[in-house]
Design a binder for this molecule. Structure first.
Ligand code: FUC
Length: 795
């Protein structure tokens, strides 16, 4: 009855809505469970699991289950030096051509003499598939598949002839394996056959007792040669996976390449996998040995032990943050149905689901000691994925990590820090060969081999601030944790070397010689090769400021600090142009009709902190003008960035509008016009399109920015904790627990009817607290581990 009346109510506003709230086995928390009543037809409907390294995509097919899996270290190519030796000889000429307005010639020279060797980088690869056949299950009823974010476990349940079948699948970090549990409700009725295959050309499968083994070698990069004929490096990585099948009841029958389980009660399958990758310079690993050892390590562990260990480990991270935005009857529908109507019904619990999904995906794709999350996290089924599923660092990789510190997942930044450390080594050679300068530099893409030279084409490839932007995350990690040991050993050395490059790189502007500018570079990926793009200046200012402060914290390098201060004060300032817009370049040449997906020159607003309505109101207004030119559409990640921008501009409703524009099924034609792209697939993976994970992470960051911002500081350097700075009217009541502010504060906020009810702040480091709500400030000294509570009346 209740459902009926609510459905009728909604039907009045939603013509295509159908009442689909079927009774389901156990109550599914709509803020924490993705679920569906049919199997996945394609990859972007399958459900992702991962332990930072080992990924799985579960289709939930009844008779022919497929679990497509990856190991994050399986890439084409081999250790490679991408430097174009002596490229620096044309640097000055490119600059002069640009100063003289000869962009085309400058780009031509860049393409001929300044680019990476080869011109592209390598690509992330799929590994294989676990294939499970359940003969006779075609007639299944009561089907459901789900992904429970609370425990990071995917389930498939259905009935055949009144027997209930259940699959439980997870990727365990502590046990470094994908575990598949198969159960039936009646003893002796579990029958299936298991196999492994791979999309690579060279592989073998064999069966050894109750283990299926697959061994192979990665295909070569799909393109053989670059434009000028230089070959792409040959693929050298080898891989191996082992699937062990442990049956309870019944028996095991070995075939040549598959294993059959007959008349069992239940079975546990353990999948381990590895490659010969050791690090970006070393591929001498032995995947066979690793798999053998790993299976041995877990051989005596029962399913329930493995599951308990997994859940305990995962929840240590995931449970730190809880978000409740309320729910209603419509929240109980399958996830794909909820997505279709979200733009009309604005179901707040779908917002919490997407929020926590971002955290889930980061925990699943980025653990200490692994590779950072790439364009697709660690999930990829294509031999030739879009943009190679590598690391695009002119926005995408950084967006992947915006949420990490603020949603209380600090330790997951470790892989990004590790990558920056590698790049600070590989990029040293590029600084030398391409610029004849010290320090290190990285351009707009990198891969597992830490390519740092400019790729593709000069008009967007020559962009030297990739490493400088990445270094922002090194400093954030310190600001959230104040871990001095980390800063000394890892963060500061890379930041200092990045700054060293830019001390030499900046040049005086010929029209105003007291200003220093960047170039040759580009404003990603708009307008071609130029001198003096605004974004570069904002990033370099930020890098210098952070390096100066880090040196002061560590009490080192006083002379270098002076030099950075002097250089920093001369970097060309932000400019407001003829339409009142923030200029994308030093020259006032923005096109108000241009709806380009990148909004690079607003970097200083977000993720930078040099523009804000309270501190630089004119520049903040100019950012609004720019955003009105760029519009409210774009690719998935572009929409996600705009959620963050509008939150920083303290406009919660506009921020929510962008969130709504992101939370829709992707347009049917794939969105040939960039402005019409974006959306979410049925499994809530963000659609560029194609799938790109940055939009997921950027959305979680943007929702956090609506509720808490901590990037502004007072004159003593203490951070303001701005509570509900951009609360949208659509999320008028709710509660968030455990998010983090800079300076070491763990914060929980309750609000109702658009107003704060209570805020609890746990001080982790004993810093001074500047708690601000609705323009009113509470100042409070704190002690570590103490919780401070305030209510609306206290402000
Ligand atoms: C940048 C963006 C594209 C895409 C690619 C991976 O080049 O401009 O939209 O996200 O990265």
């Amino acid at each position: 009855m209740k459902c009926l009346s609510i459905c009728t109510l909604i039907l009045a506003v939603l013509p295509q809505f159908s009442c689909d709230t079927k009774p389901i086995e156990k109550e599914l928390n709509p803020s924490l469970v993705l679920w569906y009543n049919k199997p996945a037809e394609n990859w972007t409907e399958a459900l992702p699991i991962g332990n930072g390294r080992l990924a799985g995509m579960i289709y939930g097919r009844v008779e022919n289950e497929t679990i497509q899996f990856n190991d994050e270290t399986l890439w084409t190519g081999q250790p490679h030096d991408y430097a174009n030796e002596g490229a620096h000889k044309v640097l000055e000429e490119i600059r002069q051509l640009l100063w003289n307005g000869k962009q085309e010639e400058a780009e031509k020279l860049g393409n001929e003499k300044f680019m990476s060797k080869p011109l592209g980088q390598m690509c992330y690869q799929p590994f294989g598939n676990v294939l499970l056949d359940f003969i006779g299950h075609e007639s299944a009823t009561n089907f459901q598949r789900k992904l429970d974010l609370e425990e990071a476990i995917s389930f498939v349940t259905y009935e055949v002839d009144e027997v209930k079948f259940k699959r439980e699948i997870f990727s365990s970090e502590p046990d470094q394996a994908i575990i598949i549990r198969l159960e039936s409700s009646k003893n002796g009725t579990l029958n299936f056959s298991a196999g492994l295959d791979s999309p690579h050309e060279k592989y073998d499968v064999l069966v050894d007792r109750n283990v299926i083994i697959i061994r192979g070698k990665v295909n070569n990069y799909p393109k053989k040669r670059e434009r000028k004929g230089a070959p792409y490096p040959e693929s050298k990585l080898t891989f191996e996976a082992r699937l062990q099948i442990i049956n309870e009841g019944g028996e095991v029958v070995q075939n040549d390449k598959t294993i059959k389980v007959v008349n069992a009660n239940s079975a546990t399958l353990k999948l381990v996998a590895a490659t010969s990758f050791v690090n970006f310079k070393d591929i001498s690993g032995n995947p066979s040995k690793w798999c053998e050892k790993q299976l041995k390590n877990i051989e005596n562990k029962s399913f329930s032990e493995l599951k308990d260990t997994h859940v305990y480990d995962y929840q240590k991270l995931f449970s730190r943050v809880a978000l409740d935005l309320g729910k209603s009857e419509i929240s109980n529908r399958p996830t794909d149905k909820r997505l279709v109507t979200f733009r009309q019904d604005g179901d707040p619990s779908l917002v919490s689901l997407l929020y926590q999904y971002g955290r889930y995906l980061l925990i699943s794709s980025s653990r200490a000691g692994t590779q950072p999350a790439n364009l697709q996290g660690i999930w990829n089924d294509k031999i030739y994925p879009s943009w190679d599923s590598k690391y695009t660092i002119n926005i995408n990789t950084q967006m992947n990590y915006w949420l990490a510190e603020m949603t209380n997942l600090s330790e997951l930044v470790d892989p990004l820090i590790g990558m920056v450390e590698d790049l600070s080594e590989a990029g040293e050679k590029i600084a030398k060969e391409h610029y004849n300068m010290g320090g290190w530099v990285t351009h707009h893409n990198t891969d597992i081999w830490r390519g740092a030279a400019p790729i593709n084409r000069s008009n967007h490839g020559i962009w030297p601030v990739g490493g400088a932007w990445l270094s922002q995350h090194l400093w954030w990690h310190y600001q959230f944790t104040e871990d001095e040991e980390y800063l000394k050993k890892r963060g500061y050395p890379a930041m200092k070397k990045a700054s060293r490059f830019f001390v030499e790189y900046l040049v005086p502007d010929p029209e105003n010689s007291s200003w220093l500018v960047s170039g040759p570079s580009n404003s990603p990926e708009n307008g071609g090769l130029v001198m003096a793009p605004t974004m570069d200046h904002q990033i370099i200012r930020n890098l210098f400021a952070n390096t100066i402060e880090a040196a002061e914290v560590l009490r080192v390098d006083a002379d270098f600090v002076k030099k950075l201060e002097e250089r920093r004060s001369k970097i060309a300032p932000n400019q407001i142009g003829q339409y009142g817009q923030l200029q994308e370049w030093l020259e006032d040449k923005d096109d108000p009709e241009n709806e380009h997906r990148h909004v690079s020159h607003l970097w200083g607003l977000h993720p930078g902190n040099e523009i804000h309505p309270l501190t630089t109101p004119e520049l903040a207004e100019a950012c609004k003008v720019t955003l009105s030119h760029r519009g409210d559409g774009g690719t998935g990640w572009s929409r996600a960035w705009k959620i963050n921008f509008w939150a920083r501009l303290l406009d919660g409703d506009h921020s929510f509008l962008l969130l709504k524009n992101l939370m829709k099924p992707p347009s049917k034609d794939g969105g040939s016009i960039y402005q019409n792209k974006g959306g979410l697939y049925n499994n809530l993976f963000d659609a560029h399109p194609p799938f790109q994970i940055d939009g997921n992470f950027g959305a979680t960051s943007g929702i956090t920015e609506m509720l808490l911002q901590s990037h502004l500081r007072d004159d003593n350097g203490d951070f303001y904790q701005d509570i509900l700075p951009a609360l949208p009217s659509a999320l008028s009541s709710g509660k968030i627990e455990g998010i983090k502010g800079k300076g070491g504060f763990e914060i929980s906020i309750t609000w109702e009817n658009g107003q704060l009810v209570q805020v609890d702040v746990k001080s982790l480091l004993g810093n001074n607290l500047n708690l601000r709500y609705s323009g009113n400030l509470i100042k409070q000294s704190t002690s570590p581990e103490k919780i401070y509570s305030f209510q609306l009346k206290d402000f």
